[in-house]
Design a protein around this ligand. Structure first.
Ligand SMILES: [Zn+2]
Ligand SMILES: [Zn+2]
Length: 138
């Protein structure tokens, strides 16, 4: 199914954002595109989530665009740095499949299939010597 106009606006806003956005932050950015109520944002997000194009991060109460083409019904993991707020999407086919199977065996219908791992990224921990620092020229 093609995206609705509202879904496209929400997806664009998330892709242009430098960090995960909550529904109200999205609404603020989308007022010029004709959004006036949170329900419009939520409805668009619901549709995008079902298509596997955005993921909801429960612990941050915010949304991010999918960066790995997970598709529908995929189990995704995110590492979230609590120092700098950077996030990275990880998916492992084997993990996704085995978890999916476990869930299915219980006849459980999952709504949210996102694993959120909080901690410190390599850059903040000083482990990544090759990290590109955007504020200093290379
Ligand atoms: Zn994804
Ligand atoms: Zn960090």
């Amino acid at each position: 199914m093609p995206l609705t106009d509202n879904q496209r606006h929400v997806l664009d806003a998330l892709r242009n954002a430098e960090a995960p956005l909550g529904a109200y932050a999205l609404l603020e950015r989308l007022r010029e595109d004709g959004f006036s109520a949170p329900t419009q944002v939520y409805r668009a997000l619901e549709g995008l989530k079902r298509k596997g194009l955005v993921h909801r991060l429960e612990t941050l109460n915010a949304y991010v665009p999918c960066s790995l083409e997970c598709g529908e019904q995929a189990i995704t993991a995110f590492v979230i740095c609590d120092d700098c707020g950077c996030i990275d999407e990880l998916i492992d086919k084997a993990l996704s499949q085995s978890l999916g199977l476990l869930v299915k065996r219980r006849d459980f219908s999952p709504d949210s299939m996102t694993i959120e791992i909080h901690g410190t990224c390599a850059r903040c921990a000083g482990l990544d010597d090759n990290a590109t620092n955007p504020s200093s020229p290379r």
